[in-house]
Write a protein that binds this ligand. Structure first.
Ligand SMILES: [Zn+2]
Ligand SMILES: [Zn+2]
Length: 297
């Protein structure tokens, strides 16, 4: 199971209801933060999430609304005895920007962290999941991320019981797709296993429409996408952003399970239903993400 907690769903200017962006993804021992808008450390507290569990931070781009929470978060981690090494990923320039932002304050440098500047491709490949990054079209280097849980072979317990072979340790090989023999009885992996599809989550923040968005969104169980505007596609293009209408069309074409819209401009604070209705008219399973909303996928 993958759990997603929205810590901030606003955009450049925060509102009473919406903090600057931050998305927490929890999976097994991983606690991954996508973007770190100003005030994220407090959003962790309100959401009753422990920032000291963080394993990784992914930065989409270096606009203030996505990164101004970094010194505050690092300070909170330092003061709370963070004992891991935070793995940080971001676009070109991330190393120098992080060192500059941290050089302004005392004590925020006390936690251990590694920075990897990435462009496009597979940037993490672990036993259970991988993460890919994709170049977006914004007015600075900007990345989108795709978290993919790997498919797993599972043993069909009913079929196994029928074979009456007990709990033989060789059964572990079956989960790797290998045929085994127990007490002279050949057991074929394909006869007693089924494929459990891994979950896919795409995160697209701050970009105008481009073909890479479709690679991020393809078959996602949850697709999180910016919708700075409602349906003014010319203005959205000019300012390197997306509309709710475009995000819904992309989701429909990409056969996503659920679309969560965020990064709403403050000007739509009183028109949220309009944003949602336009998107739902195109792609029914759309939600307007709100701060502290959670999805279990
Ligand atoms: Zn932004
Ligand atoms: Zn931006």
């Amino acid at each position: 199971m993958v759990e997603v907690v929205f810590l901030g769903t606003g955009s450049a200017v925060p509102t009473v209801k919406r903090n600057h962006p931050g998305i927490l993804l929890k999976y097994k021992t991983e606690s991954i933060l996508f973007d770190c808008g100003e005030g994220i450390q407090r959003q962790f507290r309100i959401a009753k999430e422990n920032p000291c569990k963080l394993t990784r931070l992914f930065i989409t781009h270096w606009h203030g609304d996505h990164v101004l929470g970094i010194p505050g978060l690092f300070q909170t981690l330092a003061l709370n005895g963070y004992d891991k090494t935070l793995e940080v990923y971001g676009p070109k320039g991330t190393k120098i920007y992080v060192s500059k932002i941290l050089s302004l304050f005392a004590n925020v440098n006390k936690i251990k962290f590694n920075i990897k500047e990435v462009s496009s491709g597979k940037i993490i490949d672990s036993e259970d999941f991988f993460v890919e990054s994709f170049m977006m079209e914004h007015n600075t280097h900007c990345l989108a991320y795709r978290f993919v849980e790997k498919d797993k072979l599972r043993i069909d317990k009913k079929k196994l019981e029928k074979l009456k072979v007990g709990h033989d340790p060789k059964l572990a090989l079956i989960k790797k797709g290998k045929d085994i023999t127990i007490n002279g009885k050949k057991i074929r992996a394909k006869d007693i296993t089924y494929l459990e599809k891994g979950k896919k989550i795409g995160i697209v923040l701050d970009t105008r429409e481009n073909k890479n968005i479709y690679k991020v969104a393809k078959d996602c169980d949850l697709f999180i996408c910016e919708s700075t505007f409602i349906n003014e596609s010319d203005i959205a293009k000019k300012y390197f952003h997306l509309t709710a209408e475009q995000s819904a069309k992309i989701s429909k074409k990409s056969k996503v399970g659920k679309l969560a819209l965020m990064h709403l401009s403050q000007r739509y604070e009183k028109k949220e239903n309009e944003v949602l209705n336009i998107a739902r008219g195109i792609f029914k399973n759309t939600e307007l993400a709100r701060d502290f909303m959670r999805f279990e996928i």
